[in-house]
Design a protein around this ligand. Structure first.
Ligand code: ZN
Length: 88
């Protein structure tokens, strides 16, 4: 693998998803058995982290296929990531 920027991705999410950096602009939007989807708020890219394999950039449609209910998860993620997120 080279260090090139992937199609549909930017430096921010490349750093987070491939080089394990931390950046609040890249959020986990789905997390279930064998599936972890991340969304980059900087460029809008979706990532399938593929545990045991190599992270890949996917489309939103692809993300929905891999993680049914993704939109719900996005909503949950948005709420829980707020410092003063209300519960119930
Ligand atoms: Zn990005």
């Amino acid at each position: 693998m080279t260090g090139e920027i992937r199609a549909g991705a930017c430096e921010v999410c490349m750093a987070v998803c491939i080089h394990a950096m931390r950046d609040e602009r890249v959020v986990k939007v789905a997390d279930a058995n064998w599936v972890e989807i991340r969304n980059c708020r900087a460029c809008g890219a979706y990532w399938d982290m593929q545990p045991g394999s190599y992270p890949v950039v996917i489309t939103f449609e692809e993300a929905l296929k891999r993680a049914p209910g993704l939109e719900d998860w996005i909503d949950c993620s948005t709420v829980s990531s707020r410092p003063n997120g209300r519960l119930g």
